[in-house]
Write a protein that binds this ligand. Structure first.
Ligand code: N7H
Length: 494
């Protein structure tokens, strides 16, 4: 077993690896109005409030202990992180600052410097035009974002006011939105109703191995351990040819980039009533239940149970059990269990490459840290009248090789997963898997299709296709951020 790297958790901001503990989260997007005053306020009042990965790790441990003892979580923890766009970095360091361009796996990634609203980035991802984004994201410059988390909406609101009081006129808030986990039994489920936060990459040096002797390269069963350089600068990354070996650390041209990361933010509106109506009508046409159709689009049931292990019927006990709900592969399944185009199969194909080689997959992973925004669907709402969805957040060391690769090369690519065929009894022959019908985007917002929504399980050769004329997940704002280390916050940046 290779020796684990030592992670400097005190120097890494807390949302990056394990995620700030949150029921509620304010996203405060700001423009720096007075650089000197901003730096002073940060040094004096704000940086001491920032939650590090060490604190998050400790809180996670306490939460786990309480869960084991069936005790409620009583602590009312405040979480705070800060990160900057390319414009914010220029404000803080001047126009002659070094460009944050990353060399990783032989590629040069300058997309942080281009930004999420660059025309080339927008067209590369098939994103909707900027003119359809929230006006605040196109009418003003965004220099940075504070992520402020807590146990409930009021707590987050109150602490946000205190934070803004510390910063005074040094910033202008360009846009802010408090997002909240869904209520009661929907807690932990995104707005279409599916359990979220089930599968995350394990991180060597942080994630505990449940079975170190038998599964030395996994945390929880099925959770592959990755080298931390995939998510935080200053550490070895994944080898592109061997899924357990360490590769070169990604490089940044500045000496103070260790323990920093890149954050991708996307405000993704979800058209929930429209999704439900569409799924119900298509399920009738295809002769299946709406539950089964929606779950085959996602690759998991609403409970979190994976189609690979529960192909025809939900199994809530399995969905809830983190010792089992990730312990599966896709490679041997010619989409009898789970469609090639299901969201989780497209976004993380596991061993589904020729020969079961996982190395080419593990260099395109992300750590997700999103939260739901907007109200519950009203019982009279048949078309979306109030904006709701996912504040999508993910961390990585290369935006082009990780988030953008997944979006543009996998989920938006109807040919991916490549080289797939049908079972011989089903006529054999090559398959075009189609789009990820949850988040995949066709050029110009065009229609998408997906192969084999109807399961041929355990046998059968019914050919079916799902035609999806509209997007049920719509991008309404996006931005790329640099998440500096605590050292950089204390020194060069203030
Ligand atoms: Fe996805 N959904 O409800 O369908 N996602 N996602 N996602 N997603 C996952 O494993 C969803 C989005 C990934 O390791 C689950 O936590 C919705 C973007 C990845 O097996 C569910 C939206 C991107 C995984 C959803 C959305 C990804 C994943 C299963 C937008 C990146 C892990 C629960 C509104 C480009 C796959 C879980 C794995 C899981 C949904 C966005 C990527 C239920 C509704 C933008 C890598």
């Amino acid at each position: 077993m290779p020796t684990d790297p030592t992670l400097h958790l005190n120097d890494i901001q807390g949302d990056v690896l394990e995620g700030l503990q949150k029921n509620s989260e304010n996203f405060i997007f700001f423009k720096i109005a007075d650089v000197a005053a901003f730096k002073l306020a940060m040094k004096t009042h704000v940086i001491p409030l920032i939650t590090t990965a060490a604190v998050v790790h400790q809180r996670e441990f306490i939460n786990e202990q309480r869960k084991k003892l069936h005790q409620p979580i009583l602590e009312r923890w405040l979480g705070l992180n800060v990160s900057f766009t390319k414009d914010g970095m220029t404000e803080l360091l001047g126009t002659s600052r070094p460009q944050l361009i990353v060399q990783k796996n032989g590629n040069s990634d300058n997309h942080f410097e281009l930004g999420a609203d660059d025309p080339a980035v927008i067209s590369g991802l098939n994103d909707p035009p900027k003119t359809s984004w929230l006006p605040q994201f196109i009418s003003d410059r965004i220099d940075g974002v504070f992520l402020l988390t807590g146990p409930d909406h009021d707590f987050v609101d109150r602490h946000s006011q205190l934070l803004l009081g510390h910063l005074g006129n040094s910033i202008v808030v360009v846009y802010s939105e408090i997002a909240n986990v869904r209520p009661d039994s929907e807690k932990g489920h995104e707005h279409f109703g599916f359990l979220d936060g089930v599968s995350q990459p394990g991180v060597r040096g942080l994630t505990r191995r449940r079975n170190p002797t038998i599964k030395p390269d996994q945390g929880l069963p099925g959770q592959d351990l990755l080298w931390p350089g995939e998510f935080v600068f200053g550490y070895p990354g994944q080898s592109p040819t061997d899924d357990t070996a360490q590769g070169n650390p990604p490089t940044l041209p500045v000496s103070w980039s260790a323990n920093s990361s890149f954050m991708v933010f996307r405000r993704l509106e979800q058209k929930v009533p429209e999704f439900n109506t569409f799924v119900a009508a298509q399920a009738t046409a295809l002769g299946m239940t709406p539950e089964l159709l929606a779950s085959r689009m996602v690759g998991r049931w609403r409970s979190g149970a994976p189609m690979e292990l529960a192909p025809l019927q939900d199994n809530p006990a399995l969905g809830n059990d983190n010792l089992e709900n990730n312990d599966f592969q896709f490679g041997g399944d010619l989409q009898r269990l789970c469609p090639y185009a299901a969201h989780i199969r497209k976004a993380y194909p596991r061993d589904d490459f020729p020969g079961g080689d996982e190395a080419p997959v593990q260099i395109h992973r992300i750590i997700r840290a999103g939260i739901q925004f907007g109200p519950e669907v009203d019982k009279n709402e048949t078309t979306t009248t109030t904006s709701r969805g996912l504040m999508f957040v993910c961390y990585q060391t290369s935006i082009t090789d990780q988030f953008e690769f997944i979006q543009s090369q996998w989920v938006n690519n109807p040919g991916f997963i490549f080289g797939k065929s049908r079972p011989v009894g089903g006529g054999g022959g090559p398959v075009r898997p189609g789009f990820d019908t949850i988040i995949g985007q066709a050029a110009g917002g065009g229609p998408r299709d997906m192969d084999e929504p109807v399961p041929n399980y355990p046998t059968g050769d019914t050919r079916s296709a799902l035609h999806v004329p509209a997007q049920f997940v719509v991008l309404t704002a996006a931005a790329y951020f640099y998440v500096p280390s605590m050292t950089a916050l204390h020194s060069v940046l203030t």
